[in-house]
Design a protein around this ligand. Structure first.
Ligand SMILES: N[C@@H](CC/C=C/[B-](O)(O)O)C(=O)O
Ligand SMILES: [Mn+2]
Ligand SMILES: [Mn+2]
Ligand SMILES: [Mn+2]
Length: 314
């Protein structure tokens, strides 16, 4: 498979600095070479250009709307271009607002895509339901058709039209969901497996039910958006600006990645919210190593072992 790696050094979807260094630390951790060692054809497409709008006052309680909106357009354009020449795009974030552009761009190439959102958070606040005003808590609200009448058209977002249906989304890993988000999930019937369901059914049953819910015939392209804060904070300590304990174990996260890889229908993987400035050097190394080991499983590295296509014993 041909993989196009795209760096998205962005942090204006939230208030901490640091996620703009996500692509750099993941590249320095050897992600390109490690995927090539799996036998994948990997092309690094560099970084998306990030827009910084000087006078960018909050609008409807949403912070940095113009910066986020205009950068999201560049992300969408770049993802579309990458997916026109590669089989899969690996987007290295950047805070989770990058998913506005990655899903919008992917949907231009794969209009029938479904979204698996692996996250402690639902990231579907509208500007009105958000308490923080951080757009990394809102990305899905700008993309879901059923929410269009609830979401103000923010400055910088004029280019964006919602491109997915609520029924095309499945969450795994939720454990910190705001009231407005819970209401949206229930009102529009979004498939959601919180950590409670992971405990109740086990990760294997949760992954199977999530895939069946959004793609019962097993034929639609998958956009997988992975927020590293879905993992237990003991694994991705410096991953996020708001750790939520009781997260996915490394083995549960591996299982999700291996099963989604096994569908053969991955179209894009976002890796969001790696913030190397949070925590100490040890935290940073742990977060990078854990994140890279999970990414490898989205691209064919299986715990049972694997070999390059066409390999046979000499
Ligand atoms: N729901 C909170 C937290 C948002 C979390 C965003 B993250 O999942 O991308 O880390 C908010 O709206 O501020
Ligand atoms: Mn999160
Ligand atoms: Mn997120
Ligand atoms: Mn986060």
């Amino acid at each position: 498979e041909r993989i196009g790696v795209l760096g998205i050094p962005f942090s204006k979807g939230q208030s901490r600095v640091g996620t703009e260094y996500g692509p750099e630390v993941l590249r320095n951790g050897g992600i390109v070479r490690k995927l090539q060692n799996l036998g994948c054809h990997v092309q690094d497409h560099g970084d998306v250009e990030v827009i910084q709008v000087e006078k960018d006052d909050p609008e409807e309680n949403a912070k940095n709307p113009r910066t986020v909106g205009l950068t999201s357009k560049l992300i969408a354009d770049k993802v579309e271009r990458v997916l026109r020449s590669e089989d899969i795009c690996l987007g290295l974030g950047g805070d989770h607002s990058v998913a506005i552009g990655t899903i919008a761009g992917n949907a231009r190439v794969e209009p029938d895509l479904v979204v698996l959102w692996i996250d402690a958070h639902a990231d579907i606040n509208t500007p009105m339901t958000s308490d923080s005003g951080n757009i990394h808590g809102m990305p899905l609200a700008f993309l879901v058709r059923e929410l269009e009448s609830y979401v103000t058209k923010l400055p910088g977002f004029e280019w964006l039209s919602p491109c997915i249906h609520a029924k095309d989304i499945a969450y795994i890993g939720l454990r910190d969901v705001d009231a407005g988000e819970r209401k949206i999930i229930e009102k529009f019937g979004i498939t959601a497996f919180s950590m409670q369901e992971v405990d109740k059914y086990g990760i294997n049953e949760v992954v199977e039910r999530a895939l069946r819910a959004v793609d019962p015939e097993g034929k639609r392209p998958i956009h997988l958006s992975f927020d590293v804060d879905a993992m237990d904070p003991t694994l991705a300590t410096s991953a996020r600006d708001h750790a939520v304990i009781g997260g996915l174990s490394l083995r549960e996260t591996y299982y999700i990645a291996e099963e989604v890889a096994r569908t053969g229908r991955l179209s894009m993987v976002d890796v969001a919210e790696v913030n190397p400035l949070l925590g100490d050097e040890k935290d940073k190394k742990l977060t990078v190593d854990m994140t890279i080991s999970v990414i490898q499983r989205f691209f064919g590295n299986r715990r049972g072992g694997c070999y390059p296509p066409g390999y046979d014993i000499p």
